[in-house]
Design a protein around this ligand. Structure first.
Ligand code: FES
Length: 282
């Protein structure tokens, strides 16, 4: 049992919770995720990314897109989550690259935050780009400011920051005389696809997190199968992060659409909130 200590509503359907989980909080590394079972041993397994960890507590950010996440959002501080399993997945490859540009779209900004922290701690110059449809959906701005050397905010409707897609400032960084040594993108698959295209033009490496395609995180359902280079990979076991230049995003998005009807029927949808719905890039 893991007690919920804090709950905040970040936007209409996005929530942040701080949950007691001392062992996971001590062991987790940037890029890893947890599996949450809200009520009983028979409850749905929800893979959620870890947005932060401190003093024995985990911060999770999730979007209410199905029955289970609505159930989670209905809980209040003092209530408990039945089971939390983790940390799972391979940690982000962190080293002193030099200049790292980190791009987060929508709720993907939350799992990006520990990577920004770790890249900064490794001595990198870290430039952060946050993208959202509108001002109300911009999250983690203050937290990012504490670690980012430069922070750029873009919105689809221009209600906050620049009216642009994240690829515009990304391209500007890549066009500089000294181009970035590494980039990271987490967000809707279509956003990551275009970040990949932008960086490929300039020969800048990019790491992408494919959390969005995970279903139960067990390594058994096969739902998170993706093509990376010439290989078939399973995001929950081999990832969740991959070399973006090798990921077949079109195939990934096709597979996600294939599951959509069933997800609707079974109330079993992507809970990480990085689905295909973002207005950006549509
Ligand atoms: S989420 Fe089921 S195998 Fe990866």
């Amino acid at each position: 049992m893991n007690k919920i200590l804090e709950k905040r509503q970040l936007s209409a359907d996005v929530y942040e919770m701080v949950v007691e989980a001392p062992l996971i909080a001590a062991a987790r590394k940037a890029g890893q995720f947890i599996i949450v079972q809200i009520d009983t041993d028979w409850g749905e397994r929800i893979p959620l990314t870890i947005a932060d960890a401190a003093a024995g507590n985990l911060t999770i950010v999730f979007q209410t897109v199905g029955a289970s996440t609505r159930k989670l959002a209905a809980k209040e501080p003092g209530d408990c989550i039945e089971n939390i399993l983790g940390p799972l997945g391979n940690p982000t490859h962190i080293e002193h690259f030099g200049h790292v540009v980190c791009v987060g779209g929508g709720i993907g900004v939350a799992p990006l935050f520990p990577i920004v922290q770790a890249m900064k701690a490794a001595g990198n110059r870290v430039s952060v780009i946050i993208g959202a449809r509108t001002r109300e959906l911009v999250i983690f701005e203050d937290r990012m400011r504490n670690y980012a050397d430069q922070l750029t905010i873009v919105t689809d409707d221009g209600s906050y920051g620049r009216k642009a897609l994240v690829t515009e400032p990304l391209k500007e960084y890549c066009s500089q005389d000294t181009k970035p040594d590494m980039s990271v993108a987490i967000g809707p698959p279509i956003m990551m696809k275009f970040c990949e295209k932008t960086t490929a033009e300039f020969g800048v490496p990019i790491l992408v997190s494919l959390n969005t395609i995970m279903i139960d995180g067990t390594g058994m359902c096969g739902g998170c199968r993706v093509t990376v280079g010439d290989e078939i990979k399973f995001v929950c076991v081999d990832g969740p992060e991959f070399d973006g230049h090798k990921v077949d995003f079109d195939n990934m998005m096709l597979r996600m659409r294939a599951f959509k009807a069933r997800e609707e029927r079974d109330h079993h949808r992507c809970r990480i909130g990085l689905g295909l719905e973002s207005a950006a890039f549509q």
